[in-house]
Design a protein around this ligand. Structure first.
Ligand code: TEU
Length: 575
């Protein structure tokens, strides 16, 4: 059979993305904060790993109430991170190495220090008043009881006018009014400004929250749960697809770029509306169904840290794999700057850290979609347990602390345990480059403490050790690029209810792969479908495969194996 014509396949379907949280990646000037010249210094490292696209969390001017997700100037670089010249050099140097760069588009809200908001707030008569969402209260109370993501009401009373402005996140992150066409035009102009510099795409922050029902109806609390009042009403709001289609028509359609929308609360059917072929919206979305499992129904939401069951994770991921196959495109991730470290949450970060970090890599990267690797994931970096809350910097954690203590009576030990499990700073401690002081992250005082395990877990050691998590990532990235079935094939989940084995088959006209991931520290027998008994072992995170060549494998702790079935004609087809 002649090779398929791949010229029509968009580049982002073959890409592996690496997320950089610039504040914590690499400092170059000793101020304790990561910066653009630090990233520049690490481009060769990223190239060696084999990734294609770097997503930079926000690099724009910001008072850093939410570490750059509160932007005060969309066209300026955060001074701590460097200058526009530094950015242009980074982009040039990345491109020279065949690496692309995508930026973070944070346009649900700005900082309250953005000149638009300063002007908007100055008077109800301001011609920018309508850039944001202002409402009068009802009998001295906020317009409704919607709760912000960072605790408390979404409404903040402005002393000068007595009116309330909307903020789904912190009070220093007022929501832009997307009903206002001038606001939309401003955003599109700003997007062109960066795209014209040669930026290769956007990760779009909370993009499914742009459109709110304009009557701001009261949310219905769901008894026995902590489901945020109002939240379902501002996710996937009435005009959301109209806005994104307009953004696509006005901006995205004119550039060869990649887009991924961050869309909490989206099912595969809704996801397909954002990223379905022919919809004229986005290339893919980040759903949250696997990382939020159980959170909505737990009493204190994510802080209750409900236990995870593998069958639930499999069900969610399989539903997205089959739901979008041939209709849209998946993004694949275990963690990011808002989530605990993958190996700590889904693996075992103690005695089987290396094995389980590799297993998570295999299970994720053999699915269909574009994988996102969060900085340090390739080293198997772990959650951190700081002794006291003083070390925690994240606004979500700081605000939650007050609420959990004052309103729910949790003591410090209980709050700390919750933060160890689910706090966002787990992902935000500095990247481990070496065993040098501060892990080679900075020569100054780091803005947040490091994870003390860096002398053991660091990039220098990992690159030098052929059995490291890093080398496993590198090999799996290379393998998936050599196997078109990973990009194109169907996905079939096997043994959905098995409590500790994640098994699936990927298949196209030429190739069948069996992927097995063992989510447990014991050993486990596992039946192999007949077609794979004589399969070739393409990847294995242990030196042995017990039972190879038979119908029953014995999986070792956190073992991950990929088998390729002999071709149906018996002739092995070179990839
Ligand atoms: O996060 C959006 C979001 O829904 C968060 O509430 C997320 O669910 C939470 O952080 C998990 O605990 C995005 C950014 O990724 C996050 O860093 C920002 O704080 C937030 O938007 C506001 O811009």
């Amino acid at each position: 059979m002649p090779p398929a014509d791949t010229s029509l396949i968009p580049w982002w379907k073959d890409a592996v993305v690496y997320q950089i949280y610039p504040r914590s990646f690499q400092d170059s000037d000793g101020d304790g904060v990561g910066d653009l010249r630090g990233i520049l210094r690490r481009l060769d490292y990223l190239k060696r790993l084999g990734v294609d696209v770097l997503w930079l969390s926000p690099i724009f001017a910001s008072p850093n109430d939410d570490n750059g997700y509160d932007i005060s100037n969309y066209r300026a670089i955060m001074p701590e991170f460097g200058t526009m010249a530094d950015f242009e050099e980074l982009l040039r140097e990345a491109h020279a190495r065949g690496l692309k760069i995508m930026l973070d588009l944070v346009v649900n809200h700005t900082s309250d220090e953005h000149p638009w908001f300063i002007e908007s707030r100055s008077s109800p008569q301001s011609d920018k008043r309508d850039y944001y969402v202002w409402r009068k209260g009802v009998d001295g109370q906020p317009p409704n009881h919607w709760q912000s993501f960072f605790s408390g009401s979404v409404w903040e009373k402005d002393a000068a006018s007595g009116e309330y402005y909307l903020h789904l996140f912190s009070r220093k992150q007022p929501d832009l009014n997307w009903e206002n066409p001038t606001v939309r035009r401003e955003v599109y102009d700003m997007m062109r400004f960066w795209l014209d510099k040669g930026v290769d795409g956007w990760r779009m922050d909370t993009i499914n929250m742009l459109s709110k029902p304009q009557d701001f109806p009261e949310g219905r609390p769901i008894p026995g749960t902590r489901l945020t009042e109002g939240q379902p009403l501002f996710l996937n709001g009435p005009r959301i697809h109209e806005f994104i289609q307009e953004m696509h028509r006005e901006v995205l359609a004119h550039y060869d770029v990649m887009t991924v929308g961050e869309t909490p609360g989206v099912s595969p059917a809704e996801g397909a509306l954002y990223c379905g072929a022919g919809r004229g919206e986005l290339n893919m979305v980040f759903h949250f169904e696997h990382v939020f499992l159980g959170d909505d129904t737990a009493e204190r939401g994510k802080w209750s840290n409900p236990p995870l069951a593998l069958p639930d994770i499999k069900r969610v991921l399989a539903r997205w794999q089959t739901g979008l196959h041939g209709r849209g495109w998946n993004s694949l991730y275990w963690d990011n700057h808002d989530q605990p470290r993958a190996v700590s949450r889904f693996g075992n970060d103690r005695e089987f850290r290396v094995e389980s970090a590799k297993m998570l890599c295999t299970v994720l990267l053999f699915m269909q979609g574009t994988p996102y690797i969060y900085q340090g994931q390739e080293l198997g970096m772990t959650n951190v347990s700081f002794e006291s809350l003083d070390h925690y910097k994240d606004i979500e954690t700081r605000n939650a602390y007050k609420v959990l203590r004052e309103e729910h009576g949790w003591d410090d030990a209980r709050i700390l345990a919750a933060v160890y499990a689910r706090g966002r700073d787990n992902a935000r401690t500095p990247m481990h480059w070496s065993s040098a002081p501060h892990a080679g992250f900075t020569e100054g005082t780091p803005w947040i403490a490091l994870n003390p395990n860096y002398p053991d877990i660091n990039a220098e050691a990992a690159e030098a050790d052929p059995h490291s998590v890093w080398h496993h990532y590198r090999a799996v990235i290379a393998l998936r690029k050599a196997l078109p079935v990973v990009r194109d094939g169907t996905f079939t989940l096997l043994d959905a209810e098995h409590p500790t084995v994640f098994a699936y088959v990927r298949e196209d006209a030429h190739t069948r792969l069996l992927v097995l991931g063992h989510f447990h520290g014991g050993s486990q027998t596992c039946r192999v479908p007949a077609a794979f008994v004589d399969g070739e072992v393409l990847s294995n995170n242990h030196p042995v495969l017990e039972g190879a060549g038979t119908e029953e494998l014995r999986l070792l702790p956190y073992q991950a194996v990929v088998l390729r079935a002999p071709t149906r004609t018996g002739v092995s087809r070179p990839e």
